[in-house]
Design a protein around this ligand. Structure first.
Ligand SMILES: [Zn+2]
Length: 388
């Protein structure tokens, strides 16, 4: 990086020429650069701080086949130049992005739906973000429709949702362990455990290091008419806010159960902005009495499952002193899918982190979550049978 608060240049050496497409977004001011899937080989800590107009930057995979760089800007800016140079004279291929400060009034977002004027690659479709997102849906569906066509699977669907992924690392331990990896390992172990019983069908919102937008996670649950949606996360507390420990189970509510829960939901809801997308358009909640009734039932189921979960988990795992909380988590918003979010522990706490990366803690805790699922469905089946 070179330059100052008025003009900043970002240069990235590449081992071969790739297509790049850059655009700017507001709220907060960002530059997003879409690339084909590439392996970033940057020094440890790269992006934590920037220079000039670039306050910091992030990078990673957003989905198989696509990577992304996101700059957090110090203020409104425009892209003066963005291009990928051919290798020549012994110099490697290079991505060059030049930014210039503009005032708020002159700032023009080049949202994904309009082709960036500085982008000379006509092969790149406009509205690429929309396409990326619909590809994720397409990816998730063939499997299910394929197997349904072959032989109808009447088993209940449980969606396991490992948080974050790809460009979005989630929280990080001081020693470097990332939430996205910890929760993926846990989710895979939980999937294997649940599938062993053969009683349920498991769908993962992601099973590799891919970014999946929050709305997409909700949609996967709804598209599969899931009987249960379990989102897996790991929390962190900044040093100055003391030391918290243990697992917490969250459900959705309009009003947060306490200030900490509210702050956490805000943080988790930021995932989309982190990847460069702002999915502020939320499906307008239809004021329909049927939807309202479904929603009440769904919330009752969610709360019952959350209680069962806490009861089972506390047999084997350390729980937070208030293990049952609620707040406005966007990922829990399907009105017809009972949904909970588990914060497995605090990566900022030494003891918790030791657990989170330990195989024996993981298998014990996975066992307790699987047990809670069995208890939950056992009760549901009994009550359904009794009413017949
Ligand atoms: Zn998280």
């Amino acid at each position: 990086m070179a330059g100052d608060e008025r003009q900043t240049r970002f240069i990235l050496d590449l081992d071969r020429k790739v297509d790049a497409r850059a655009f700017v977004l507001a709220n907060p001011y960002r530059v997003v650069i879409d690339l084909p899937q590439i392996a970033f080989n940057l020094p440890e800590g790269a992006g934590k701080s920037g220079r000039g107009l670039i306050r910091s930057y992030r990078f990673g995979m957003v989905m198989p086949g696509a990577s992304r760089l996101v700059f957090d800007l110090a203020g409104p800016a425009k892209i003066e130049q963005s291009q990928v140079l051919e290798p020549e004279n012994g110099q490697p291929s290079r991505l060059i992005v030049e930014l210039a400060a503009v005032d708020k009034a002159a700032f023009q977002a080049t949202p994904p739906s309009t082709p960036a004027p500085t982008q000379p690659a006509p092969s790149q479709p406009a509205a690429q973000d929309m396409q990326l997102r619909s590809t994720v849906v397409a990816d998730a569906d063939p499997e299910s429709t394929g197997s349904t066509a072959a032989k109808p699977d009447a088993r209940q669907v449980i969606v396991i949702d490992p948080g974050h992924g790809g460009i979005d690392n989630g929280t990080a331990a001081p020693s470097g362990e990332n939430e996205k990896t910890i929760v993926l390992d846990f989710a895979k172990a939980l999937r294997d455990q649940i599938e062993k019983s053969g009683k349920y069908r498991v769908v993962m919102t992601r099973d590799d290091d891919t970014f999946v937008p929050l709305g997409e996670r909700v949609r996967i649950g709804r598209n599969h008419a899931a009987a249960l949606f379990v989102s897996i996360h790991a929390d962190a507390l900044p040093k100055r806010e003391g030391d918290a420990q243990g697992a917490t189970v969250y459900t959705l509510s309009d009003k947060a159960s306490d200030a900490e829960a509210e702050k956490l939901a805000e943080l988790e809801n930021k995932a989309d902005a982190i990847a460069g997308l702002d999915l502020t358009e939320e499906p307008a909640e239809v004021a329909d009495i049927l939807i309202d009734l479904t929603q009440r039932e769904t919330r009752a189921f969610s709360n019952r499952f959350a209680k069962t979960l806490v009861a089972e988990m506390k047999r084997v795992a350390r729980m937070h002193k208030h293990p049952l909380k609620s707040a406005g988590f966007r990922v829990l918003k399907a009105h017809d899918v009972p949904s909970v979010l588990i914060e497995l522990g605090y990566v900022s706490n030494k003891g918790d982190l030791q657990h989170l990366v330990s195989e024996s803690w993981r298998s014990r805790t996975v066992g307790s979550v699987a047990q809670a699922i069995d208890v939950f469905f056992g009760k549901r089946v009994v009550s359904a049978g009794a009413s017949r």
